[in-house]
Every structure is written in structure tokens, then in C-alpha cells.
Design a protein around this ligand. Sequence first.
Ligand code: C6P
Length: 418
Amino acid sequence: MNADTLDVERIRADFPILRREGHGRPLVYLDNAATSQKPEVVIDALVEYYTTYNANIHRGIHALAEEATARYEETRQKVADFIGAPGPECIVFTRNTTESINLVANAWGRKNLGPGDEIVLSVMEHHSNLVPWQFIARATGARLRHVDIDGEGRLLWDDVERLIGERTKLVAITQMSNVLGTINPVRQIADLAHQRGALVLVDAAQSVPHLPVDVQDLDCDFLAFSAHKMLGPTGVGVLYARRELLEAMDPFLGGGEMIRRVRLEEATWNDVPWKFEAGTPNIAGVCAFSAALGYLQELGMEQVRAHDLYLAREALRRLSQISGVTVYGPKDPEARGGVVAFNVEDIHPHDVGTVLDGHGVAIRAGHHCCQPLMGRLDVVATARASFYVYNTVEELDALVEGIEAAKRLFRAPVHTRT
Ligand code: C6P
């Protein structure tokens, strides 16, 4: 697909923040893998909650509480529909992807892992899909194995086949790398893992916002993502899990809402998914997430993907024409999402980021919470531009201009006094 598929000018008008400037220039927001901006309908939905039906959920017997509960539970159904889950009971609301993965590591891992068992991860994982497994491996005696990548940042299939074996209990893998942009063959990995008796957790923090994702097509057992990367509010995460797994798992956090009956010395648990939602959740955030899902559904996830692909292709083309720029990840834009990590020869990525910021261009620079991957790429850090539905090719030109400016600034000849 070479043409743009979204009416980007119309979309941009829905995002109030895009009207502001960055250092006196039009804001060019290319840090969407960190968090996306929010359309007016989402901001309005937050205000609507607090101004018209603010109440705690599942507890009250008054009209406001009933309305808040209904809207919260409607969003659960909408999330289930968005990812093709069989029903709302498979959807647990958390704070973010990180908490969703920690929930599985604790509630499933502690019960099901022991010495000699193996958890297969990859070297491209975000810290959120590495550190929780390190905790659990230490607590249970399980062993961590890591699939390596090739020179273009794709998983080594030989490693996948070699490492997923009889001892593997879980494969936990990202569907789209937040650095390389690589889209991993999750369905094939799930088929192999299931043949060998292991479960599959998908870190979908970057994929659900950018690709059509159907958990039944992927045949995954767990899938985690965050609302804030897909036009929704911060503080709302999702864990999808197969119902029978949720039912067999012990709770993660204890407190109000997750119980059926409590005595001084013991308690029994609520039904799923509420068994995993202890305490008052982010009601406003969940209700406003509904508006974000509606917005994306109206655009169409196929079109969102096509737009990302269009920008990724254009970005790769433009960056490859700048001397001294190294781009990481697959060369084929079809094999990646709208994330482009790069370095400029002899200039620290933080300096690149600072110069770009001066041009009004917001990117991320650093290790992107992927320190092992940085080690594997043999870099300390990278710069990273990441796109979403409101970005344009003109903004890519601003990115290129900023990189050229950084090169001029940092490569200027050093004058010595004679
Ligand atoms: N990556 C980035 O700039 P949270 O913070 O829990 O919403 O998402 C964590 C997470 C997990 N997996 C992947 C693949 C991710 O990209 C992220 C978040 C951001 O790349 C912030 S570090």
C-alpha cells in the first residue's frame, strides 16, 4: 500500500494538543510509542464522567452508581469486541500493560511454575516483559530462555524452535517491538508452543493500538495492552485471558470488590474478571477508553495499519538518504509497525532529540526500556520516531530537517586559537 488511507487533516482537527507549538514552531509529535495524544471525544468523556455520573461502581444502590457501573461494564464488552475475545469475562482492567503482565506472572506463574520449568522470552522484550519473569523465576526456580534476533531485528526462527521444548511452560513475547518495529509471527509461535504444551502471553502494548488484533485468530492465552497508547487515558490497562485460566488462577491483589465472602481468617473470591480487580478502579479512565475504542473503530484498524505503513515506508526512505544515519529493524516496511529507531553517526541520541525538540519535533531518545536489546544492538541508546493516525509526511520532512540541523551543529569544525 503506497497511498495514505486516512483523512489526516480531519483527524488532526479532533486533537486539541496538535494546535499548540513546541519552542515557537508547530508541534510535530512523533513519540506515539511512548503515549498517544487524545481526541476531544476522549477528553469530553472524562469531563462527562466527573460532571454527570461520578460514583463508585458495583457498590451503590443509587442511580449514579448504577450508571457508572453500566458504563464501566459496557467498556469491558467493547474491549472484548475490539480484540475478538469470546466475552467480557475474559477482560480484566489493570493500570497498564506492565501491571497486566505482573498479574499473570504472580497469579499464574507462582501456581504453575517450579524448578526445571522454562519461560521463553526474546532479547527484544520491553523491561515490562522481562523483569516480572525474573522475579518469578527467582521465586519458583524456573529458568529463563531468550530467543535471539537476526541482523534486521527479526526473531531467529531456529531459536524459537530450539528453545520452545518439553520444559517450556510459557512463551511471553511482544507482538510488535517498541524499538525495532518488528512484527513477530505470534500465531506461528502460539501453534508451536501449544504443540509442545506451553501457554502463550502476548505483549500487545504496541500492536493493539496499531494493527487489527483478534485474540482468537492469534490463539494466545494471555494478551496485555494499555489504553494510553491508543488514544485513551493513562492509568487503564487490559489483560485478556482465556476464561478457564482466569478461573484457575489465584487473585493477584487482595481487598474490596475481588471477594465473595470474608471472615477474619479467610476469604473466598468473586467471579472472574472481578476477582482480579481489587479496590476502586480508574472508573473515569475506563469509561473514557470507550470513546477511544469507538474513535479507532470508526477509522478502521485496517486503515490505521495502512497509514502507519505508509509513514514507516516514507520515513525509511527519507532516513536512508541521510548520510551517517543508521536505522534499526527490518528493511521491509511491511514487516514492521510505525516505529523507526535510528542513530546519527558521532552524535548522541539525546543530542539528536534535543535539537529536534528545538525544532518542535518530539521524539524519544534513550534505551526505550529495552536495555538488553540495546546491548544486543551494541549501542547505548537510539533516537526513535513513532507515528500514529494524525501524523503526516510533512512532519517526516520536519524530522529530516531537524536531523540535518543536528549534524550541522555537532559536526561543525572545531576552531582552535593559533
Ligand atoms: N513502551 C515506549 O516508549 P506501560 O508503560 O505499562 O503502559 O507499557 C509498557 C510496555 C510494554 N511493552 C511494550 C512493547 C511497550 O512498548 C511498553 C511501553 C513505551 O516504548 C514506554 S517505556
